[in-house]
Design a binder for this molecule. Sequence first.
Ligand code: NAD
Length: 302
Amino acid sequence: MARLGFIGVGNMGLGMATNLVQAGHVVYAYDPSPKALAAAREAGCLEAANAAEAAHGAEAIISMLPSGQHVREVYLEHVLPNATPKALLIDCSTIAVEEARAIIQEATLKGFAMVDAPVSGGVQAAQSAGLTFMVGGSASAYARALPILQAMGKAVIHAGEAGAGQAAKICNNMLLAISMIGTCEAFALAQNLGLDVQTFFDIASKASGQCWSMTSYCPLPGPVPAAPSNRGYAGGFSTTLMLKDLKLAQQAAHVSNTPTPLGAQAEALYALFAANGGAGLDFSGIIQMLKGQMLNGLPTQS
Ligand code: NAD
């Protein structure tokens, strides 16, 4: 069992650090939020006074931070100058592909092995070690990260070289947003054409329109009892986080000169939904806006 540093024990990081403790590791946690740090201590982590202390003497350092700016600051200013030279660095935050590549390059130049390992799955999956990790980095760094990530997830996949984990994450979530909007439009139209929601679900879920957004996350209540639509779109995957990922996808599309007209449209629609009261709701709640039910000056009919 290893001595590990965990930086950023918020909604996701707390569950992940807890699973590492439960796997028998000694985990030094750091978070500037006293509340987050207290929760980590209660879960069995040892408290570090700052990111440098969490990194000091650790065999591996894991981070789960809000944005690329935080990741850059934490690694360049605190981790790289203080970690032991053989330490493995694992950033699980969702950040821009280019930024992940640049930070990993800096770490590599200083002799560290580092991977980007963003996740699919929300807070519940973080708590139950049910995350899916998409990992970018060298084969040897991936091999070292694997047992640590396996203690926090149900699937760990090597996506390719540095930044490939972030690339896989934003492409997946861009597809998810587009398929969710398509599912919402289809269900709204079906209702307006007089179809019963459950009947349309029974047909489309066995026909060529079938997709995860429908069968696991149906945006209208009823057909999928566990979906956030059955609890007023509370919890789940927030529109704020979906919008963050869509912005990262558009940034990557621009840098790589890839036309993504539906990705751009999905970003615009989620930005509108967020600005009109949807920011804290699950992303499937966009059906309310598309049906004209929560409009703040938006047109109700085309
Ligand atoms: P969060 O805001 O709950 O947690 C982030 C934590 O980082 C906070 O506790 C914050 O205090 C801490 N932090 C900020 N600056 C720091 C610093 N300099 N040093 C140490 N800690 C610092 O966010 P979250 O929901 O846990 O998300 C974390 C990452 O996971 C994000 O990149 C997000 O996009 C990604 N993600 C989230 C979900 C989800 O459902 N919440 C799902 C998949 C991926």
